[in-house]
Design a protein around this ligand. Sequence first.
Ligand SMILES: [Zn+2]
Length: 236
Amino acid sequence: MSELQTLIHLQEYDARIAGLEAEVARLPKQIEALQASLVEAKKAVDTIKARLDTTRKELRAKEKDLDDIGVKRAKSEARLYEVKTNTEYSAVLAEIENIKALKGRTEEEILALMERQESLALEIREAEARHRTREEQARRDEAVIRQKLSAAEQELEGVRGERASLARELPRGVLGDYERILKARGGLAVVAVSSTAVCGGCRVGIRPQAVQELRAAQDLLHCESCGRFLFWQEPA
Ligand SMILES: [Zn+2]
């Protein structure tokens, strides 16, 4: 294999390695996103549970209020037999009416709280079901991602090994140049020159003289603009 062909293959390997490295970096982030969405679903359940808890406490307080109102009413009703004057009697009656109204309002509030309690319990069951479904889905998705990850890691290891043995075929100086350009030029060190005679890396025109040399494929040529290795690609 000519040095140029070796360089072309090396570039192919390095492009694959870059792609695999990106995948190996990206897949764990997908797993993190899955886990974050589960935490969100769990948080939704907990939020409703906290609201139910508050509602229960409010309900107990109102039931206590209702008991107190009952006691107060019994006391007022007992006083009806103790009062001496009509004025006092009317005053106690008015008090009893107030207590009755308060009792009515409290009973309505209790009813509303009981209804809220029921609907929150339903919401919790629904949120828990959503959480479970998401958990099952996430478990399946995570297994698929982990499989992809280990496949990519394995492939990466293989490609790196092949790349290393290919790299040994090149003279040290050429390999050094290649790696320096690869690093400086965004992972692209060997590019084709098209029939329109522009560099496949930087799109700058190549001199006709250089194109002739490329077509003869004698020496390694660099783009005068970006420094990448060039090779001639016959128009398809
Ligand atoms: Zn160029």
